[in-house]
Design a protein around this ligand. Structure first.
Ligand SMILES: [Zn+2]
Ligand SMILES: [Zn+2]
Length: 313
């Protein structure tokens, strides 16, 4: 088993101070790709996870090549950052403002990288990409950022994971241009304090004292923010929180993942524990445990996490 997380990535928040927030690693997509390849072996969804690994590899390549230029173009100014800190507003808000113009460059760079490895449906959709008016592409991006369900025709639906992946690259590049002190502090929210998006899942990390500390992982910018254990992230309820463990094959392949279920809002959010498996990745382990979502759903708890590689409106 190849180890891809170093000890710094496991225990030390970005910036070296414990602010309850962690900026993403510069190798976040490479780490996800490695984890996805590891989880794909012998998995019932091996082909899907292997493609997801290719897409994450392509995300890392585009981030490595273009990330710095994207950061330069879209870093918020000091006045905006100060205003956001003062009022507790996410400085890279993905819900309200327009999608930065350079996003289309990220999308095309990612499409070029991934097209040789794509399933036929995505290859055909990518072939139509040059004919899409920029306005329509931006409307699709905004719909995905706002988690709107009506994406339009089948080609647009086929492109959705690629668009989601390209938005992740851009927002991660933008987050990497921030300091931990740029992110509003002092609240424990249901949404990412950096960009206002939903979490994909949560992760139990190990702090320097050897204690488990829980963070929610952003579905878009890959920042993490500290959340309380045994407390529902979407609605903050603390009563009668319970946990579902994977059954069947998933119990062997992903023993470190559980679904936290909340009887107040009837939702569930996964927790991937580094205490059980130090190599877990919230995003990758979420994709590999979709059977656990079905278990939770059958028990009456709807999936709260959002994964931009999954599109089933
Ligand atoms: Zn975020
Ligand atoms: Zn709840």
């Amino acid at each position: 088993m190849q180890k891809f997380l170093n000890s710094e990535e496991i225990v030390v928040p970005a910036g070296g101070e414990d602010t309850g927030k962690r900026l993403p690693s510069r190798r976040v997509f490479a780490a996800r790709a490695e984890r996805l390849r590891q989880l794909a072996k012998g998995h019932a969804m091996e082909d899907f996870l292997a493609f997801a690994a290719r897409l994450a590899d392509a995300q890392q390549n585009v981030l490595d090549r273009h990330g710095h230029a994207f950061q330069e173009k879209s870093r918020p100014d000091a006045a905006h950052l100060a205003r956001c800190r003062q009022h507790g507003i996410p400085p890279l808000d993905a819900q309200g403002g327009p999608v930065p113009a350079e996003w289309v460059d990220v999308l095309h760079a990612l499409a070029t990288e991934v097209v040789p490895h794509s399933p036929a449906g995505l290859q055909n959709a990518i072939a139509e990409l040059p004919d899409f008016p920029a306005e329509r592409l931006h409307a699709l991006a905004r719909a995905i950022l706002r988690a709107e369900e009506d994406l339009g025709n089948p080609v647009e639906l086929a492109l959705a994971p690629l668009i989601g992946a390209s938005l992740q690259v851009l927002w991660t590049a933008r987050a990497l241009a921030l300091q931990p002190c740029d992110i509003p502090a002092g609240f424990e929210g249901s949404l990412c304090p950096t960009c206002g998006s939903q979490p994909v899942a949560s992760i139990l990390r190990i702090d320097p004292a050897g204690q488990g500390v829980r963070y929610a992982t952003c579905s878009l910018c890959a920042c993490e923010w500290q959340v309380t254990r045994n407390k529902c992230v979407p609605c903050r309820n603390t009563c009668d929180i319970a946990y579902l463990s994977p059954a069947g094959e998933a119990a062997t392949l992903c023993p470190a993942v559980e679904a936290e279920t909340c009887p107040a809002c009837h939702r569930s959010l996964k927790i991937a524990s580094m205490e059980t498996d130090p190599l877990v990745d919230a995003f990758a382990d979420d994709l590999a445990t979709l059977a656990l979502d079905m278990q939770a759903d059958q028990a009456g708890f709807h999936r709260a996490g959002r994964n931009l590689f999954l599109f089933a409106p």
